[in-house]
Design a protein around this ligand. Structure first.
Ligand code: SF4
Length: 420
């Protein structure tokens, strides 16, 4: 018989609970509490060891609408609609990530990211399959070379959770694949032959779905290329399946540094005790962590949510790096917000909290134009060497440029000339 022990996920309730151990109705649940309740309800007989085994989590992903309906109330008609959606855009949610969802809230921010929506197919005519033109910039299968000194490797299209806002949603329609040895050889050969490539990014599909040994084979060979200075791994595992960040993986990664990891937290509810532990393990293995979030309608499109997300990230020592405007991807229109919303969010954060907590808001230009940062306008005018700014409170300030050697003042023309 499996004995259920006290959950490793079990949160401390002493901050919020009353003396009877109940959470007051108006209080925010402590991190991990929802997950704990979920386990008690649906996986009562699953031991901590099993729950924290990433392979068990991975094997037990929820991949059908029928199975999902066992956890989240879905009307019959809704189920039929979602089956139609998943015939085009499949579904995959780990038990861990599912446990973060409030089943009674159709607008739950975690649910919006993971549970399919009829709007994905209802707006099928809008958006593009490959808005960033990655296929155009693929020099060999799976390797995108767009910027002069860096390249992107995609080793698989498999992810533990299929995010409804994914830029590479087009890849879900070709079954599940992992690059073959021959394909990886071609990628590595290309990188070897291009000495300008000093930064290689391994991104999603999520490369941590590979076994630790298989991933090590790629990292070892990449690290052996002298001009590759840094390796970056883009992964959502610390968010959606933090159990994957185990001692074996961390020990392996620590041998091939400098490795930087970009995580993908989008909402404060994702920062659970398990996620914090995963990030801590990576940091202790010498891997700096940055976060790339995506601006999503009804998920994190407010100053309050973004500020809370970034504060919570800093508490687990993850630096908020980018906030992305959602790409113009087919099947994601319902999750996209206006560019102005993003700029307003940055305006509401800049100056109101530490600069460390403010990510760069960027748009990845369609057609492979690359990333462009967007921010509120603080420079109002420049003339005769005098620059007029407004600060975050709307107050006006003048700044003088130093005189040039020829005695002339720098002005707006000089400023314009300084632009690329
Ligand atoms: S983890 Fe990244 S690559 Fe995978 S589905 Fe989510 S957004 Fe797409």
């Amino acid at each position: 018989m499996i004995v259920t022990t006290a959950s490793a996920e079990e949160p401390s309730l002493h901050h919020c609970a009353d003396t009877a151990g109940k959470i007051p109705a108006d209080a925010e649940e402590p991190p991990g509490y929802r997950s704990h309740r979920f386990r008690q309800k649906f996986f009562k007989n699953i031991s901590d060891d099993t729950w924290n085994d990433w392979k068990w989590q991975f094997r037990n992903r929820i991949t059908s609408v029928e199975r999902l309906a066992e956890f989240i109330p879905l009307e019959k008609q809704e189920q039929e609609r979602l089956k139609f959606v998943t015939s085009r855009y499949p579904l995959s949610i780990t038990p861990h990530y599912l446990s973060l969802i409030d089943p009674d809230n159709p607008d739950d921010p975690v649910r919006r990211q993971a549970v399919p929506s009829f709007e994905e197919t209802a707006c099928a005519g809008i958006g593009q399959e490959d808005p960033l033109a990655e296929q155009k910039d693929s020099v060999v299968p799976g390797l995108v070379h767009r910027y002069p000194d860096r390249a992107l490797m995609v080793l698989t299209n498999i992810c533990p959770v299929l995010c409804r806002h994914c830029t590479r949603k087009r890849e879900w329609q070709h079954g599940r694949w992992v690059r073959t040895d021959a394909e990886i050889n071609l990628m590595l050969d290309y990188i070897r032959r291009n000495p300008d490539l000093r930064d290689v990014i391994i991104s999603g599909g999520d490369s941590l779905t590979l076994s630790t040994g298989r991933l090590e084979q790629v990292l070892r060979r990449l690290r052996a290329i002298k001009h590759v200075e840094i390796i970056r791994i883009g992964t959502r595992f610390p968010v959606v399946l933090p159990q994957r960040i185990d001692a074996e993986l961390c020990a392996m990664l620590s041998q091939y540094g400098p490795i930087w990891i970009n995580t993908h937290f989008n909402h404060p509810h994702e920062i659970t005790p398990a996620a914090a532990r995963a990030c801590d393990r990576l940091l202790r293995s010498g891997i700096p962590l940055n976060n790339q979030s995506v601006l999503l309608r009804g998920v994190n499109d407010s100053v309050a949510t973004q500020t809370r997300l970034c504060h919570e990230l800093l508490k687990i020592k993850v630096r908020p790096y980018y906030l992305f405007q959602t790409d113009d991807v087919k099947g994601t229109e319902h999750l996209r917000t206006s560019i102005e919303t993003g700029v307003q969010i940055i305006a509401g954060m800049r100056g109101h909290t530490s600069g460390l907590a403010v990510p760069s808001f960027v748009i990845d230009l369609p057609g492979g134009g690359g990333k462009v940062p967007l921010q509120p306008e603080y420079l109002l005018s420049a003339s005769g060497g005098e620059y007029i700014f407004r600060n975050y409170q709307g107050r006006i300030f003048r700044c003088r440029n130093p005189r040039r050697a020829d005695g002339a003042a720098d002005d707006a023309a000089a400023l314009a000339a300084a632009q690329p």
